[in-house]
Write a protein that binds this ligand. Structure first.
Ligand code: PGA
Length: 240
């Protein structure tokens, strides 16, 4: 696992965008795995700037998002669909039919999850997967557990995740369930890029890098990936 530490979030975002740009230049029809939350926002802004400057195009890119809340209308302001429209998709030339986010309102969650995995496979797998990390070490919504998870599935969110994300749900109840790519789905990506900033992530990063490889800290599994890069700011790296 490669670790890079930055003294500013903007420098970190530029480096993350460089890695995306490199992937897109090498293959303008690349398949990107995308993440939501605060961690990727600066990176998406940098990618939007590069698109506006004519340096990259998303016209032939396909994307798969990590996760989506269950039982939240797709157009709710807190859905990850809305997040992606606002923070990236609505501002670049990606084709709507090439965008994939789990349907958290599916009638049959198991069928939706299986179809999502089949779609990733049919697209040729993910070339570059972007990840944030939860304060409990989760990646996607793969919460600490007794075993590493496999493909996409429905998960009950832990109290720490509900606490961390409730700040966004000012006028509605935060969903208790989500659909998420599993650990095996994430590990199948050809390259993985994890972004962590701020002191609140320092312990999770310590456990990821120095603790045992265990499903109790799901991100620790990334140490078994051939091509995983951690981009950290000095605060997130402060316990290393
Ligand atoms: P954050 O979330 O980027 O909003 O901190 C990351 C995560 O929970 O995976």
């Amino acid at each position: 696992m490669q670790i890079e530490i930055f003294d500013s979030e903007l420098k970190l975002a530029e480096r993350a965008a460089d890695l995306f740009e490199d992937t897109i230049r090498k293959n303008p029809a690349a398949v990107l795995g995308l993440a939501t939350g605060a961690s990727p926002v600066n990176t998406y802004n940098e990618l939007i700037e590069r698109y506006r400057a004519g340096k990259i195009s998303f016209a032939d890119i396909t994307t798969f998002n990590l996760d989506e809340y269950c039982d939240l209308p797709r157009d709710d302001k807190n859905s990850y669909y809305s997040f992606m429209q606002q923070n990236l998709f609505g501002k670049v030339d990606i084709r709507p039919e090439n965008v994939h986010i789990e349907n958290g309102n599916a009638d049959d969650f198991d069928a939706e999850a299986a179809a999502y995995d089949r779609a990733i496979e049919a697209a040729g797998g993910i070339d570059l997967q972007l990840l944030g990390i939860g304060t409990n070490g989760h990646i996607g919504f793969n919460e600490p557990a007794d075993a590493f998870t496999d493909g996409t599935f429905r998960i009950k969110l832990t109290e720490s995740t509900i606490k961390a994300n409730s700040r966004y749900f000012t006028d509605s109840e935060m969903p208790r369930y989500a659909l998420t790519m599993g650990i095996a789905s994430i590990m199948h990506a050809k390259k993985i890029l994890l972004i962590a900033t701020g002191k609140a992530k320092a312990e999770a990063i310590y456990n990821t890098v120095k603790g045992p490889i265990t499903p109790r800290c799901p991100a620790s599994v990334l140490r078994l990936h051939q091509n995983a890069i951690l981009l950290l700011d000095t605060e997130a790296a402060s316990l290393l």
